[in-house]
Ligand binder design. Structure first.
Ligand code: GLN
Length: 454
């Protein structure tokens, strides 16, 4: 009830939730109370969570923050949310996001931008919480839920976590089932939690993860008790520092924070090693070919017939066109056009196949570093702190907006786990995060190392 009250008072200004489900929350909480009274219950019994609008939740609002899914209430539950309910968690509602998870500022949502609970010192201007999981990050930071689900295709868990002083982990590709998560770019999408502490994130991750026969890319490996790894420490670990992440024009406070993070790890017994990931500079351009290509294919299903919005036309083709014209926002249309172009005959080899080859090279860069004895890699999470809602520079030039993900997309391209952990503040008091990148299926090391930094 305290969370529902907090949502009622703060959500009109933050716009973090697109739907609140008080009846469901109360019913689930009562069931938890009964279990707890009997000394029963799961690891998350009675813990109230917010769910990103990308996850199918049975009978509840599920629209990927798009107009084209108007009124869609799925008949089924996503595997990740089903795992959370199995362990006793309680659903508070659905969280705002960039439309179909395409964006880095939560400004492409059909429901309007999410406003960060943070303000720069001496200013009252609204800041973005990052994106695409902006609602998840803002809701956690503002205590509108105890934790949240999120998804990350190119940085959408880690960048908003960094902007809001929260912890967000994208696990290894295949760790969580994608079944029942609205698809953006299927070879890159992964679910993960956003939480207030590393320990909370580890507890949520343990529950969300797991093999699922309904997703052929989910991996049949046992799920460790991630919370047990949190206090493991970093003694004897080797932390890689990739020289290519030292970007021109990077604010000095981010460079300083990165150094500080390394000092903290060294003080706890880790050693630091300079490494090279030479294909880093191709990651962003290759991502913006692969992700739109997959998106254009995945979004073909929204045709006005199967779900959501339908705008009638004189014949079926007309209906398709009118529905898609009215239902998708600008950024989604841009991605569909880029994706269709790079997949079309004559351009496929020059763009799509080439981007896939670059992707392999990026993956090999990381493999080389890990084979050379590196246990985890430390980088900044983002090239800047949060920017303003409606920032003219960012919104006028999509490439500027895409640069927000320069440190995070490599991780999705390589399928690796990555965590963003709050590490300090900029000169105006805004949160800054660091990122740790791990070996495949070694999220435990990331939890242990980020605990030293938080
Ligand atoms: N900002 C990136 C994009 O717009 C990543 C989004 C995501 O991770 N879902 O594609």
């Amino acid at each position: 009830q305290a969370y529902l009250d907090a949502i009622e008072s703060a959500n009109p200004s933050l716009n973090a939730y697109v739907a609140v489900t008080p009846e469901q929350a109360t019913e689930m909480a009562k069931a938890s109370d009964e279990k707890l009274a009997k000394g029963e219950g799961g690891a998350l019994e009675g813990i109230p969570l917010g769910i990103k609008d990308l996850f199918a939740t049975k009978g509840a609002h599920t629209q990927a923050a798009s107009h084209i899914l108007d009124g869609f209430k799925p008949e089924y539950e996503s595997s990740v949310t089903a795992n959370l309910w199995r362990d006793g968690a309680v659903m508070l509602g659905k969280l705002n996001m960039d439309e179909f998870a395409m964006g880095s500022s939560n400004e492409t949502s059909y429901y309007g931008p999410v406003v960060s609970p943070f303000r720069a010192q001496g200013s009252n201007a609204n800041l973005v919480p990052g994106g695409s999981s902006g609602g998840s990050a803002a809701a956690v930071a503002a205590w509108l839920c105890a934790g949240a689900t999120a998804t990350d295709t190119g940085g959408s868990i880690r960048q908003p976590a960094a902007f809001t002083g929260t912890v967000g982990i994208k696990p290894t590709y295949g760790r969580c089932s994608r079944w029942g998560i609205v698809a953006f770019a299927s070879s890159l999408d992964q679910a993960g939690p956003i939480a207030r502490t590393v320990e909370d994130a580890a507890i949520l991750m343990t529950s969300m993860a797991g093999y699922d026969p309904k997703d052929s890319t989910s991996v049949d490996l046992p799920v460790p008790d991630f919370a047990a790894a949190v206090e493991r420490g970093v003694k004897g670990l080797t932390i890689g520092v990739p020289r290519e992440y030292r970007m021109d024009g990077m604010p000095e406070e981010i460079e300083a924070l990165w150094k500080q993070g390394l000092e903290w790890l060294k003080a706890e017994g880790a050693s630091v090693k300079d490494i090279s990931l030479p294909h880093t500079k191709y990651a962003l351009p290759a991502y913006y070919i692969v992700a739109p290509a997959e998106a254009s294919s995945n979004l073909a299903r929204y045709d006005g017939v199967k779900y959501g919005l339908r705008v009638s036309g004189k014949d079926i083709t007309d209906m398709y066109e009118l529905t898609r014209a009215a239902g998708f926002g600008r950024e989604v249309k841009r991605r569909i056009m880029i994706g269709t172009y790079v997949l079309s005959a004559g351009y496929y080899d020059a763009y799509y196949v080439r981007a896939q080859k670059v992707r392999t090279l990026i993956k090999r860069d990381f493999e080389t570093a890990f084979n050379d004895g590196v246990d985890a890699i430390l980088t900044p999470a983002t090239p800047s702190a949060a920017f303003g809602v409606g920032d003219e520079d960012m919104n006028a030039d999509p490439v500027k907006m895409y640069l927000n993900d320069v440190f995070t997309v490599t991780v999705n391209m390589a399928g690796l786990p990555g965590i963003a952990v709050p590490a300090g503040k900029d000169g105006k008091g805004l949160p800054l995060g660091l990122q740790l990148i791990g070996k495949p299926f070694d999220e435990e090391t990331l939890f242990a190392a980020s605990r030293v930094i938080e």
